[in-house]
Design a protein around this ligand. Structure first.
Ligand code: NAP
Length: 473
């Protein structure tokens, strides 16, 4: 039976040191999507890989085989044994999977509840899958619906009005540590979206001296110009580190951009003047060994959890409203998905109707060779109309019966009645999900690691942690 499954891990279930091993660089996403699509039982797939999560969304024709395929894929992707990450995984099936994706897209599952960057990342993942050929009819419809649902959640509630970004959280952390930022030198490493937000929030928080360094120097110049800062070539990073009080790094580099030995050297030049660093990149930019050096204070993205406490209650209230909006879109998608089970029969029925109509038409034209073009067109139109009127009711009923428990039997009877040969006739598409009792049995062990969004959503949608389902201790 076709079903949709989501298997993933996020900032609540998995620490950054494992997450970064499973992250996929944007330019490798297409290849990895194709690899996953060729795995047993996987018919369609999209992979969302961001700093806080990796989510594999797949249409499978066998849930057990499909799950195993995804787990094997994650293992080969990271080079990790399954046992190293399986306890951090969650799996959602059917409706729970769809709800989860809608929530992710709307920012309801984010570290910072209601943040909007994730929607762009979900759209991007869908586009990559589309171009790679791993997205088919079902995931195409699912992702379009997820984007619509998330946009509605943002526009019909005030969820995103209170939303902030990870960069904002990093700047807030700096503000907590230093009484004021005015007299501090800030070094921003990277010149992408996150760095731009960092520069903006640093400026808004009063930081007067902002240095920007980036692999592509021109982009550093551009960013520095926009925020009245100074650009620095990346090979002069050491100078930036010597000058800075605060370093915030967010590049897409797979390797460390700042190593321990660089900081050891810099700290000598700084005469041990304290250095505060925030790494919001995943994979991390700053070697974690830096944290063990004296007078060096290193924070990674997981340390930002809970930093932004502003408007939490408003955001939680708005999140509840947003869930209602998502629920409406969920019902619409469920109906569409269920109807897909009838598509082969309906298509075969229509093809048969069209075939009967055209053979009648042909015989008529043979018997009445003097028909004018106009007469032929009128007869063609009316014979088509007879077929369409005859099929309207059966098509309607076929769409209804696919939601029923004996849909397979009913579809087979319908096919036999009309003498149809429909491919995939016996494969219904039903969004099955874990029952309430199964959910309770597999209650989420990671729930103690609460966050804004877990507090409001945990166990609502019936998730099952794979580690538990597989009996991992
Ligand atoms: P982005 O807009 O694509 O920018 C990427 C930046 O990284 C660019 O400045 C790029 O330099 C630089 N870069 C890429 N590969 C590099 C390499 N091998 N060595 C040195 N620099 C390299 O990405 P982003 O959205 O700002 O994300 C950057 C980081 O922040 C990522 O690690 C991401 O996981 C993390 N993050 C993102 C979000 C989010 O919502 N987007 C949230 C939290 C954390 P060039 O200009 O030379 O290309």
């Amino acid at each position: 039976m076709h079903n949709i499954i989501v298997i993933g891990l996020n900032h609540r279930t998995c620490p950054v040191e494992i997450r970064e091993k499973l992250s996929i660089a944007p330019d490798d996403l297409s290849r990895q999507s194709n690899r996953l699509k060729s795995a047993p039982s996987v018919e369609e797939c999209v992979i969302v890989s961001t700093c806080n999560r990796i989510e594999t969304i797949a249409l499978v024709d066998n849930a057990v085989l499909g799950e195993q395929s995804v787990i094997d894929f994650l293992s080969s992707l990271s080079g990790l044994e399954t046992s190293a990450f399986v306890e951090h995984l969650y799996v959602h099936k059917g409706l729970a999977a769809v709800r989860h994706l809608f929530e992710v897209a709307a920012g309801l599952d984010s570290m910072i509840l209601g943040e909007t960057q994730i929607l762009g990342q979900v759209k991007e993942a869908y586009m990559v899958g589309l171009h790679a050929g791993s997205v088919g009819t079902v995931l195409d419809s699912l992702f379009r619906r997820a984007v619509t649902a998330a946009k509605r959640a943002h526009t019909e509630t005030e969820l995103s009005q209170h939303a902030v970004s990870v960069s904002y959280a990093a700047v807030q952390l700096a503000k907590r540590i230093f009484e004021q930022l005015r007299d501090k030198t800030v070094l921003i490493i990277g010149a992408g979206k996150m760095s731009e937000l960092t520069a903006k929030h640093m400026r808004a928080s009063g930081a007067e001296r902002v240095l920007v360094t980036n692999r592509t120097y021109e982009r550093a110049v551009e960013l520095a110009k926009n925020f009245d800062g100074q650009a620095l070539p990346l090979d002069l990073l050491q100078i930036g580190l010597r000058e800075a009080d605060i370093v915030i790094s967010s590049t897409g580099s797979a390797d460390y951009v700042v190593t321990r030995s660089q900081v050891v050297e810099v700290m000598k030049q700084r005469r041990n003047r304290p250095l505060f660093l925030v790494d919001i990149a995943v994979p991390r930019d700053l070697d974690p060994a830096i944290a063990r050096l004296g007078n060096v204070y290193l924070y990674d993205i997981d340390d930002l959890e809970g930093v932004v406490a502003v408007n939490v209650e408003e955001r939680m209230r708005e999140a509840d409203k947003a869930r209602l909006v998502l629920g409406e879109e969920l019902v619409a998608f469920e109906q569409w998905f269920t109807e897909q089970g009838a598509v082969p029969v309906i298509a075969a029925l229509r093809a048969k109707g069209s075939q009967v109509q055209s053979s009648v038409m042909q015989s008529l034209v043979n018997k009445l060779p003097d028909l004018t073009e106009r007469e032929r067109k009128i007869i063609e139109k009316h014979t088509m109309s007879i077929v369409n009127q005859l099929l309207r009711e059966p098509v309607h009923i076929l769409k209804e019966i696919v939601g029923e428990s004996d849909a397979n039997v009913q579809l087979a009877i319908a096919a036999r009645l009309f003498g149809l040969e429909a491919e995939g006739l016996r494969k219904t598409s039903v969004l099955t999900e874990a029952t309430a009792s199964e959910d309770a049995k597999h209650s989420n062990r990671g729930a103690e690691k609460t966050s804004e969004s877990t507090r409001s959503s945990k166990n609502v949608w019936g998730d099952v942690r794979i580690g538990q389902a597989m009996g991992t201790p």
